[in-house]
Write a protein that binds this ligand. Structure first.
Ligand code: PEP
Length: 249
């Protein structure tokens, strides 16, 4: 499976800073065919970054979208707008959206359905909090997030989802799950996809990427694990040199 290295810049970088980064990325990795490199700049920079990435092997993602196709939702962005601006992917269900903006599994489910309708590929984030892990509820939480987040999604569409396992306690904290902890969760996610959606969903070929304080030091150990097919990188993706090292793990 082709590994994915994705950058989530969150609410960082102006248009100018995003374009400069995208130009450097394009100079170095425009022809990279053996890994899928995805960048998710803030909304304001998507249009300019899309122009820089055009014609390269690099992919553009948004960080969020609204579930409805259009309407009176002040301040929101639709899937159609993301397609219009040149996005191929969209991050859905990031833990910061779930926790800070009260996004429930049911909204996430609607967003995923709308993303498919508009031909955007979801990067679907799931993961447990520290409290849930300490209570040994990790697998239960992951199963619920998958079951409810992907309710009524066809197995043909399940195949096109990139799953991102992001333990909440490891995001932006400098605490990474050990490669073994991450592998254990990824293996469980693959099994849950088979249990919930059957063999037709092709779980063995679905890419499940890890996110949570990934950096240039820990990426190789994570990528050595059989069920880890890439990384979603927050903090360490903001600096070009460190992101380039992660890409070249
Ligand atoms: C993220 O927010 O998706 C993330 C993984 O952040 P960080 O790498 O900073 O933990």
């Amino acid at each position: 499976m082709k590994p994915i290295i994705a950058a989530n810049w969150k609410m960082n970088k102006t248009v100018g800073e995003s374009v400069l980064f995208a130009e450097r990325l394009s100079n170095e990795f425009a022809k990279m065919e053996d890994k899928d490199i995805i960048i998710a700049p803030p909304f304001t920079a998507l249009h300019s970054v899309a122009a820089v990435l055009k014609g390269s092997a690099l992919h553009l993602s948004a960080q969020n979208m609204h579930w409805d196709e259009k309407g009176a939702y002040t301040g929101e962005i639709s899937a159609g707008m993301l397609i219009d601006v040149g996005c191929e992917y969209v991050i859905i269900g990031h833990s910061e959206r779930r926790n800070l903006f009260a996004e429930k599994d049911e909204y996430i489910n609607q967003k995923i359905k709308t993303a498919f309708k508009m031909n955007l590929k979801p990067i679907f984030c799931i993961g447990e909090t520290l409290n849930e892990r300490n209570l040994e509820k990790t697998f239960e939480i992951l199963r619920r997030q998958i079951k409810e987040g992907l309710n009524n999604i066809l197995s043909d569409d399940i195949k096109r989802i990139v799953f991102a396992y992001e333990p909440v306690w490891a995001i932006g904290t400098g605490k990474t799950a050990t490669a073994q902890q991450a592998e254990e969760a990824h293996r469980y996610i693959r099994k849950a996809i088979i249990d919930l959606f059957g063999k037709d969903a092709g779980a063995n070929n679905i890419r499940i990427i890890y996110g949570g304080s990934v950096n240039q030091e820990n990426i190789a150990g994570l990528m050595d694990q059989p069920d880890i097919n890439g990384a979603l990188v927050g903090g360490a993706s903001l600096n070009f040199e460190s992101f380039a090292k992660i890409i070249n793990f």
